[in-house]
Design a protein around this ligand. Structure first.
Ligand code: TXA
Ligand code: MG
Length: 314
């Protein structure tokens, strides 16, 4: 039995986390499946609930930069980014401190840790109330699209976890940007809710992930964000049997059903709606989903990354 709790019942969710139970909670990006990051059993239960084929390392969520610095080694760049972007949709990969109490399983045995300070008020209150570092991958089954509402989480993991804490729809709607600062040069492991351009203003040019290769985030498997229908990107026309994900003021005519990421061409709105639209259109009855082109800048980089993964390998 999975309890669906309103945010007002946060104290109960925190108490269950302290007992080693699993709680899905809202962040500004997507819902996370949280468990005590220092408790091996809780961490193992996260992998089991997600049915992950292998132990991908998990992002560790903490309430503030000071809590992050207890766990990992911060250099100058990490300090500056933490000051500018935390709390917010940026995950930093840094070297673990020797005495770091986070479960080795959560870090998949790596000598690095992915750290994030979420900005969502419910996530903030939950972290403070339970006083734990929370290991939290996106609260979906492995290979599925990330959940951006409590109902999505119930559909994915209902019956497999203890609690879903409902904080409404996630305002950003796409996962955090992951930046690896553990080596000499910063490497973008995953484009996400923090625009690459904003990070480059501070760090200078950051190498972008080459399509399909050279990705250091072990979880960034080729096909990761996967609806069951085939996805056709950069569509210039659409078949009468296809569903259409439109973008901008002129949706392509003729689709069986059309939903728009953003009629005004706003990339932030498009990111927030992406996963919900994919879920909505991923139904038998359509031959596939066609997607109109999205500009490859700002949050568009993260949107196109998720779409490319969802479309690949068919
Ligand atoms: O927005 C987000 O980041 C959401 C919310 C819940 O915070 N979380 C999320 O977690 O997207 P997840 O597990 O779905 O994706 C985490 C990614 C994986 O691709 C994983 O391989 C990578 O982070 N990762 C975690 N630890 C890492 C490490 N030490 N080095 C490299 N990549 C790491
Ligand atoms: Mg995920």
């Amino acid at each position: 039995m999975t309890e669906l709790l309103p945010a007002s019942a946060l104290a109960r969710a925190a108490a269950l986390l302290i007992q080693g139970k699993l709680v899905a909670f809202p962040t500004e990006t997507v819902y996370g499946l949280g468990g005590d990051a220092t408790n091996d059993k809780a961490v193992a239960a996260i992998f089991a609930a997600k049915q992950r084929p292998q132990f991908n390392p998990l992002i560790i969520h903490v309430p503030d930069p000071a809590a992050a610095e207890e766990l990992a080694v911060f250099g100058g760049a990490a300090h500056e980014l933490a000051r500018k972007f935390w709390p917010g949709p940026l995950t930093l990969v840094l070297k673990r401190k020797p005495d770091c109490p986070v479960s080795l399983l959560a870090g998949a045995g790596l000598d690095t840790l992915a750290l994030r300070v979420p900005a969502h008020p419910v996530a903030q209150r939950l972290l403070r109330e339970c006083g734990l570092k929370l290991a939290a991958p996106s609260a979906n089954r492995s290979g599925h699209v990330s959940p951006t509402t409590a109902a999505h989480v119930m559909a994915e993991l209902g019956g497999l976890i203890d609690v879903v804490l409902d904080g409404g729809p996630c305002p950003i709607g796409i996962e955090s940007t992951i930046l690896d600062l553990s080596e000499e040069k910063p490497v973008l492991l995953r484009p996400g809710g923090t625009a690459l351009e904003d990070l480059e203003k501070i760090l200078g040019a950051i190498s972008r992930p080459s399509p399909g290769g050279g990705i250091r985030a072990p979880g960034m498997m080729e096909r990761h964000y996967a609806p069951s229908l085939p996805l056709r990107l950069n569509a210039a026309s659409v078949a009468a049997t296809e569903a259409l994900i439109a973008f901008g003021p002129k949706p392509l005519p003729g689709a069986a059903r059309t939903l728009s990421l953003s009629p005004t061409g706003d990339l932030a709105e498009a990111a927030a709606r992406l996963f919900a639209l994919l879920r909505e259109l991923d139904r038998p009855g359509f031959s596939g989903i066609a997607v109109m082109p999205i500009p490859d800048k700002g949050l568009g980089l993260a949107i196109n990354d998720r779409l490319a993964r969802a479309a690949r390998g068919r």
